[in-house]
Ligand binder design. Structure first.
Ligand code: NAD
Length: 364
């Protein structure tokens, strides 16, 4: 049986890393039927929109997508085509494992943190009021009348609304605890700024605490997000699973990608109730497009996550070990892992090396 997977090559370096990762996935022996779809810049040229309906339909039909990074074209009405995809498919959980592989130059040699980011709410709700518009003036009037404390609201203000719901928080908190339980994790830490943002982050904290009460086997702690940043840099090994509202999740996942050696080795997935989209944390790195230069391992490791999601655990283990061996040997790795290589090793050579390891099958 072949798995039907929607594959989105993406823009910039996307097609190169997607091709490299697909070749490795096929070399595991698992059979795929790749259902090709385009979004981002490439779809804008072909269909006049960066997010054609057929892409959403294809992902819903197949239930699983494997996606390269995409560029949001300017002037199309989309702030971010990625944020739009997550919202339209209600992919509410951003899952970002941050694990150090031996051989990757990094600050911390043995990290293994899971970040669970709420993907649909918070300051990414897209509800904004532009300065000097009728809407902004009406909002200022409303806020000024509401309580005298707001008299100092300046008329030349713009607004972005931070919106956090009980239901949105409950499902992401449950996702984090269920993930922890299913994957032998011991602790969930919730990041927030509830001391200042009482009705948004305060609600996030209250609901997450309530969910935690149903998981006696998993330790729970809450951490104010600025303290979380400091503790992550000083001693990240104290964390296991982190659950975060959207904005902090965005920042902290990039911070943790830095702790494990950079975007070249940071995989990810966006997961909803019946749909999952696997993609690296990094973007389309346009300056390197077509240069056979960037590291495909972040998307390959997203492929490992996809195999696990499909229930192909054994193939996932082999693929992860093959990637880890290539990293550990340090011969066939890209510039971000070994800047001294001359001539540099390219994206496609990394795929060849991982495929060779899979063929040798020596994973002692
Ligand atoms: P980026 O992640 O594309 O690149 C930043 C830098 O990180 C690159 O210049 C490169 O030096 C390094 N880098 C990124 N990926 C790498 C890899 N695989 N191997 C080695 N080095 C790598 O971030 P950006 O420049 O801020 O964004 C470029 C475009 O990507 C923007 O249009 C942005 O909107 C888009 N983007 C898309 C996604 C997505 O599709 N999920 C995510 C983030 C950004």
């Amino acid at each position: 049986m072949a798995y039907n997977i929607t594959v989105i090559p993406g823009d910039g370096v996307g097609p190169e890393v997607a091709e490299a990762a697909k070749r490795v996935l096929e070399a595991t022996g698992v059979a795929f039927h790749w259902d090709l779809a385009y979004m981002g810049d490439s779809a804008q040229d072909m269909f006049g929109t960066p997010l054609p309906d057929y892409v959403l339909e294809a992902i819903k039909r197949n239930g699983v997508a494997f996606k390269g990074p995409v560029t949001t074209p300017v002037g199309t009405g989309f702030r971010s085509v990625n944020v739009a995809l997550r919202k339209k498919l209600d992919l509410y959980a951003g899952l970002r494992p941050c694990k150090t592989y031996p051989g990757v130059p990094s600050l911390y040699p043995a990290l293994d943190i899971i970040i669970v980011r709420e993907n649909t709410e918070d300051l990414y709700s897209g509800i904004e009021f532009e300065k000097d518009t009728e809407e902004a003036y009406r909002l200022i009037e409303l806020l000024t009348n509401k309580t005298h404390k707001n008299e100092r609201i300046r008329r030349d203000s713009g607004f972005s609304i931070k919106m956090i719901s009980e239901e949105g928080t409950r499902r992401i908190a449950k996702f984090a605890f269920d993930y922890a339980r299913a994957n032998g994790r011991k602790k969930v830490s919730a990041g927030h700024k509830a001391n200042i943002l009482k009705f948004s982050d305060g609600l996030f904290l209250e609901v997450t605490r309530d969910v935690a009460r149903g998981y006696h086997d998993i330790e729970f702690e809450d951490v104010i997000v600025d303290t979380l940043c400091m503790r992550l840099v000083l001693n990240p090994g104290q964390f296991d699973v982190l659950v975060l509202p959207n904005l902090y999740g965005d920042f902290i996942s990039e911070l943790c990608a830095g702790l494990i050696g950079g975007l070249g080795v940071a995989p990810g997935a966006n997961i909803g109730d019946n749909i999952a989209v696997f993609e690296a944390t990094h973007g389309s790195a346009p300056k390197y497009a077509g240069k056979n230069k960037v590291n495909p391992m972040a998307l390959m490791l997203s492929g490992v996550m996809m195999l696990r999601h499909l229930g192909e655990r054994e193939a996932a283990e082999r693929m992860e070990k093959a990637i880890a061996q290539v990293v550990a040997e340090g011969k066939n790795v890209t510039y971000d892992l070994k800047p001294s290589h001359n001539p540099p090793v390219g994206t496609s050579q990394v795929a060849d090396a991982v495929i060779q390891k899979l063929r040798e099958g020596d994973f002692a």
